[in-house]
Design a protein around this ligand. Structure first.
Ligand code: NAI
Length: 350
């Protein structure tokens, strides 16, 4: 492990992404979102993704200088055309438009069309919360999850995120994939040659898999309920935007020379149009405090609110620097742009 400052991490990511072909501005946007994930402890969506993005950028599967265009389609709605440019920056800019619209109209719904992977969604909903607004975001991802009762992947890990402002700058952020476990956890079990608990994933027949090497799909959270949430995300960030949906959503590694045509939807609500903003913030913080003060179950120290532990990790990492695994660090400081590792990779291999 190497411990480095947030600034250093951003600089290393930015340099690599710029070297792969993106403009400095776009490379800086990617660096911001990836460093945010590492700082909050979501390393699966942090610097470890740079090599994959660099390969895709170098091979033309992310437009180097995209024609981003925002079109207002109604008093509170709009489409952000991403031109298969980098998803992180399209989602940041789409959220900026949604924030402007919500301040005028009380609510805004903005769809990002034809974008690439955008990383940890908490980054975008936090943009809204910092402006005293409520942010919601969701996006499609590549098909790796069986529908409830199914034996073959149909949906992606389709994440949903929510953030709202409390008092004194507090931000409550909830951000989750709609699968029981991320693919990274299966890879981790494979690397340690350990079995996985029943309920995480299934084999090629849709039967519960405990051998991580037999996994052919992930499972939705809470059976049919998580499956329903995935479906909702697919409708709102895919079908609604006229994009490929369900199993037609492009795979992360299928062809790195082609744009991914993904979709993402931001919803922003201005609490001031519904209640007094200061009392909203007071009540939200009071409610989070009540959760912290409530009786913990056996085996738990306390009840945390969603995002509380990530926020604490971020604060600590800002003071002490953030730990990055050696392989990722060594790649970031090397002269190599990418290693031809990901093109046409089987998502269930390795
Ligand atoms: P997770 O399972 O670690 O956490 C989910 C939520 O539960 C978080 O809001 C977290 O704060 C909360 N939580 C966890 N432990 C808690 C505790 N003890 N008490 C209270 N709350 C707690 O997150 P997951 O599902 O693994 O997602 C990780 C990241 O991956 C997210 O940032 C997500 O946006 C991203 N992602 C992005 C995708 C994309 O295609 N762009 C696809 C899938 C995930």
């Amino acid at each position: 492990m190497v411990r480095i400052s947030e600034e250093k991490l951003k600089e290393l990511i930015k340099n690599k992404i710029h070297k792969a072909g993106l403009t400095e501005e776009h490379a800086a946007g990617v660096a911001d979102v990836l460093a945010h994930a590492d700082m909050r402890g979501y390393h699966s969506h942090g610097a470890m993704r740079v090599e994959y993005y660099a390969e895709r950028i170098a091979k033309g599967g992310i437009t180097h200088n995209p024609k981003f265009e925002f079109k207002k389609t109604g008093p509170a709605s709009g489409i952000f055309e991403g031109d298969n440019g980098v998803g992180h920056v399209a989602a940041i800019k789409g959220m900026e438009e949604a924030i402007k619209l919500a301040k005028e109209s009380g609510i805004a719904v903005v769809g990002m069309k034809h974008i690439s992977h955008s990383g940890a969604l908490s980054y975008f909903v936090d943009q809204a919360a910092r402006e005293d607004l409520i942010g919601i975001s969701m996006c499609q991802s590549d098909p790796m999850v069986v529908p409830y009762g199914g034996a073959e992947p149909y949906y992606g890990t389709n994440p949903i995120a929510f953030a709202a402002p409390g008092k004194d700058g507090q931000i409550v952020t909830f951000d989750m994939a709609t699968t029981v476990q991320a693919w990274g956890k299966i890879l981790h079990a494979r690397s340690k040659k350990e079995s996985i608990p029943e309920g995480w994933a299934v084999d090629e027949n849709g039967a519960p898999a405990t051998d991580p090497f037999a996994v052919k799909a992930l499972l939705p959270i809470a059976g049919p309920k998580g499956y329903g949430l995935m479906l909702m995300v697919d409708v709102l960030s895919g079908i609604l935007l006229g994009l490929p949906y369900g199993k037609h959503v492009s795979s992360m590694y299928a062809d790195l020379t082609k744009g991914r045509d993904l979709g993402q939807l931001h919803i922003v609500i201005d609490p001031a149009k519904f209640t007094d903003i200061e009392s909203f913030k007071e009540h939200l913080s009071a409610s989070m405090q009540e959760l912290n003060d409530s009786k913990p179950a056996e085996g738990y120290d306390m009840v945390n609110w969603p995002g509380q532990r990530s926020a604490a990790r971020e604060e600590k990492n800002r003071e002490n620097g953030v730990e990055i695994v050696d392989d990722v660090y060594n790649y970031l400081v090397s002269d190599v742009v990418h290693n031809n590792k990901y093109d046409h990779k089987d998502p269930f291999a390795e």
